[in-house]
Every structure is written in structure tokens, then in C-alpha cells.
Design a protein around this ligand. Structure first.
Ligand code: ZN
Length: 347
């Protein structure tokens, strides 16, 4: 088996969100077309997902909410919130999306040569809370995979990094009290969904295990790299995750129609280098990415390609003498560092 994999299924295209909705099937088609054209689909292991079971969805979501989605789908569809339509197939496809990340983590746990897998799934998941779907998300794919790693394999420390431009409120809520899952989010702030300020650090036993880096609109590659290198890298060194998960949204891209960040496609490859290195240092390379947002078709195709180039590269990442970030980003990172240093000594 190769060391880099990709999870995909044509059924992901059947989650229909209605005309003009930004979270649409064409997103995955654009990414797959680009990966095919570049020969990437031939260089990686292609993996096909199975549907997550109701029990596995229940690791994170309340039974009443799971039933609500099932019934709404069976009755022909409806709206989970103002942004989150579901169609007759959506329940089954949301099970297959969660199952896509489960397939990725199972493959890595069972195949010692496999290190990195990108699950190209939809609907996305990081806004889905235990009790409700929102922001285009039905079930929290990455949170379910983290719980699966804990329950099925006894993994004790999991890092979930999240560079989607929106704060992953659902993932944060799922692990707010849980010190076995370190949630680290970079996001535009203030912005949808409104959560993710730097004082949100987790609760009870989980205090210190939620790290929010609210970045100003206009943050570019240099700003993201600065935050990753100065916050995530030192904390990860101390936390020593046994498995690294990443919510990979491509909506911080400069061409994204919804958000206002200035990340380039190349930048996502550099961010992947950083997180791949964290995995190499701490988790024997074990690293799974799950697609979240990103709404400009050519931007997400190019960004996904840059990510795979990083994952497939055997050589050490190019050194990251990143250009100096904007002062507003630097001072925000300092504010976060002040909060985080109460819990982590290496920072
Ligand atoms: Zn997003």
C-alpha cells in the first residue's frame, strides 16, 4: 500500500443543496478533475468509504438530532437551519461523509505503511454540534473520527487542527471538556459563526485544550505560517499527539467568494508541510485531513493539488523563512500566546 491516500465516493455528489448554494457537488468534481489531470489520483491509494453506523454518529451527536435528520430526509428534505438544506439522500450521504473520515483513520491504524490520507467528502462537518446541524454541516465528520480513535484504538491524545476560515464551533463544543483532544483553530474573526475568541480555552478538565486564533480579515500566507509556527508547533511538541486530524477548508483562499482572507493555493501546501512535520515528530506520521469549506472552484482545486504535492513529497519541507507577517497578525498571535502560556510551558 502507498503512503498517501485519498478517500472519495461519487455518492458525495448526490447531496443536493439547491440552485445557487455555494456548498455544491461541483466542488468535489473540480478537485477530482484537477487531481486526475495532474496524475495525483494515480500516485495515491484510492480508498472507498463505507457509511458510518448510527452508533458511530452517536459518539458525538444526540439520538434525537440523528433521528431528526433521518426523518427529514425520508420525508423529502427540508432545512436544518437557514443555510443548511437537506435532500432525500442527505441522511445516507452524511453517513458516508462521516464514514469517509473513519475509513481514513482505520486505514492508517491498520496499514503501517500508510501515513497521510485526505478525505474528500461532503457535506462538511465542523459546524455541526452534538445537538444540531448548521452552516452547511450535518454530522461532525472529524469529531466522530476522533471519538472513534479513542474508543476503537485507545488513542489517548489527538490533535484536531482546523484552518477553515470559519471557527469550528461544533468541534469545539464536542471536546470542550475533554483533555484527550486538543482543538486548535485558525479563523477569520469577527465572522460566522461568531464563536472562537481567544478566551474560549475549554472547560473543566478540558481547560487549555481548546486554542482559538482569531485572525483579522486580510491575513495572508505569512500570517498563517507565523501563527502555525509560533503557536501550534510548540504546543504540539508538548502535547505529543498520537494522531493528527485536520479540518481542511479552502475558504481562507484569496479568491473565495464568502470570506476575506488572502491565502494562496501554494500557501495551503506550506501549511500542510508544517502539520505533516508535527505528525512526523509526534504521531509516527499519522495524519488525516477532512475537507470542510472552500467555494471558488478553481481555488479549491489548485489548493487541494498543493496539499497533495506536500503529502507526496518525500523530501524535507522547504525551509520556512516565512516573510514577516503584518503587525496586526503578529500582535494577535502575541495575545493568544499570553492566554495559551497559562497552560503550556513550551510556548
Ligand atoms: Zn468554512
Amino acid at each position: 500500500m502507498k503512503s498517501t491516500g485519498l478517500v472519495y465516493h461519487d455518492s458525495y455528489l448526490r447531496h443536493y443543496t439547491g440552485r445557487g448554494h455555494p456548498e455544491r457537488a461541483e466542488r468535489l468534481l473540480a478537485i477530482m478533475k484537477k487531481l486526475d489531470a495532474e496524475g495525483i489520483t494515480r500516485s495515491v491509494e484510492l480508498l472507498s468509504p463505507l457509511k458510518a453506523s448510527r452508533e458511530q454518529i452517536g459518539y458525538v451527536h444526540q439520538g434525537a438530532y440523528i433521528s431528526k435528520v433521518e426523518v427529514m430526509s425520508a420525508r423529502g428534505g427540508g432545512m436544518l437551519d437557514a443555510d443548511t438544506p437537506i435532500c432525500p439522500d442527505s441522511f445516507e450521504i452524511a453517513l458516508l461523509a462521516a464514514g469517509g473520515v473513519l475509513k481514513a483513520v482505520d486505514t492508517i491504524m491498520e496499514e503501517p505503511t500508510m501515513k497521510h490520507i485526505f478525505a474528500l467528502i461532503r457535506p462538511p462537518g465542523h459546524h455541526a454540534t452534538p445537538s444540531r446541524g448548521m452552516g452547511f454541516c450535518i454530522f461532525n465528520n472529524i469529531a466522530i473520527a476522533a471519538e472513534h480513535l479513542k474508543r476503537e484504538y485507545g488513542i489517548k491524545r489527538i490533535l484536531i487542527a482546523d484552518w477553515d476560515v470559519h471557527h469550528g464551533n461544533g468541534t469545539q463544543e464536542a471536546f470542550l471538556n475533554d483533555p484527550s483532544v486538543l482543538y486548535f483553530s485558525l479563523h477569520q474573526y469577527p465572522y460566522y459563526p461568531g464563536t472562537g475568541w481567544l478566551t474560549e480555552v475549554g472547560k473543566g478538565a478540558g481547560e487549555g485544550y481548546t486554542i482559538n486564533v482569531p485572525l483579522p480579515a486580510g491575513t495572508d500566507d505569512a500570517g498563517y505560517l507565523y501563527a502555525l509556527n509560533n503557536l501550534l508547533v510548540p504546543v504540539a511538541r508538548e502535547f505529543k499527539p498520537e494522531f493528527v486530524l485536520l479540518s481542511a477548508g479552502f475558504d481562507p483562499h484569496i479568491d473565495d467568494p464568502l470570506a476575506s482572507m488572502k491565502v494562496t493555493s501554494h500557501g495551503f501546501g506550506l501549511f500542510t508541510d508544517v502539520i505533516k512535520e508535527i505528525a512526523a515528530e509526534n504521531s509516527n506520521g499519522r495524519f488525516v485531513m477532512a475537507l470542510e469549506g472552500g467555494y471558488n472552484l478553481s481555488a479549491i482545486a489548485e489548493s487541494a493539488s498543493a496539499v497533495f504535492h506536500s503529502l507526496l513529497s518525500e523530501t524535507e519541507a522547504e525551509h520556512r523563512e516565512a516573510p514577516t507577517p503584518a503587525e496586526v497578525v503578529k500582535s494577535r498571535v502575541e495575545e493568544v500566546r499570553e492566554v495559551v502560556s497559562r497552560y503550556w510551558s513550551m510556548i
